[in-house]
Design a protein around this ligand. Sequence first.
Ligand SMILES: *[C@@H]1O[C@H](CO)[C@@H](O)[C@H](O)[C@H]1NC(C)=O
Ligand SMILES: *[C@@H]1O[C@H](CO)[C@@H](O)[C@H](O)[C@H]1NC(C)=O
Length: 338
Amino acid sequence: MFTPFFLLFGIFVALATTHASPVEKRASRTTPPAGAVVVKNPAGSGQFSTIQAAINSLPNDSSSRTIFIFPGTYSEQVSITRTGPTTILGSTTDTTSYTSNSVTITHSLSAAAAGNDDSSGTLRVHKDNFAMYNVNVRNTFGIGSQALALSSYGTNIGYYGSAFFGYQDTVLANQGNQFFGVCYIEGAVDFIFGQHARAFFQRNVIASVAAGAITADGPTSATDASLFVINHSTITTSTAATTSLTGKVFLGRPWTQWAKVAFTSCNLGAHINGAGWEIWSTATPNTADVTFAEFANTGAGAAGTRASFSKKLSSNTGFTAADVLGSSWTSWVDQAYV
Ligand SMILES: *[C@@H]1O[C@H](CO)[C@@H](O)[C@H](O)[C@H]1NC(C)=O
Ligand SMILES: *[C@@H]1O[C@H](CO)[C@@H](O)[C@H](O)[C@H]1NC(C)=O
């Protein structure tokens, strides 16, 4: 367990010092916590100018380590594989959201050029017990190939107040149990996808920049545990969209016939097509065994005659955070982002 105590302390300080004011309370985190490895460009004494150099400085053992990143745009691909619990913190004046993030990791690489989806990722996480707070991650390749912002393989992984920008295949949640709390995810085609992970997206903003399906889940067998649940999130059109997307976006399409995705208690914008969900392709619809579910969604996009292979539920049983991540989820998910 690696709950960031300094974050809790920071919230406490913010509450304690702003009691006289009715304004919104914000937690700031603009200096490194004690013991953190520091990234700053240009780097000062004992600091690293790239995030990868800071990661490479960490021992590959079971110890818990933290990296703090000062404001800036870091143009690099970042890969993390060390064994022990690891936390990455971006400097921000408001830890409760991604909207004040000051740290961006950016890179442009297509899967076509990289050789596969994972290798194209701007941030590649291949480890368990990882948390990242208040960092923006971009793959700026754009239209024409898969090009991942995040490639995430591992369990007990949490992304908090972070933002992921891409076009096709922005976020790959591929393995283990993963939590996305108060994040922003932008893309056009299959931009939340994976094959074996169980992922819970809580209070996210999920924004389409062009027509396409938001999710593409692809379990490789009937017993593959893969499941994506998007809860209490705002499903909307990105301000970067250049044409009207009204009715042109689908909640998901099945990468394989065992796809399992639910949207619960979400606000769905008018860009969501009345059918809600679409087939993979005419040649391979992949709808035979899908679980495409909705519960208690609202908004213009929640109306319409849904696809026959989807269902509307009268309860979220089977799709709660505990159902998706297991009963121990509260021990590793930062509850400030639930
Ligand atoms: C750390 O050790 C793990 C487990 O042996 C290994 O998979 C990983 O590649 C190592 N990472 C680094 C940076 O050495
Ligand atoms: C969905 O989000 C709401 C609001 O944060 C929360 O009360 C509820 O418990 C969440 N649902 C599940 C199934 O976790």
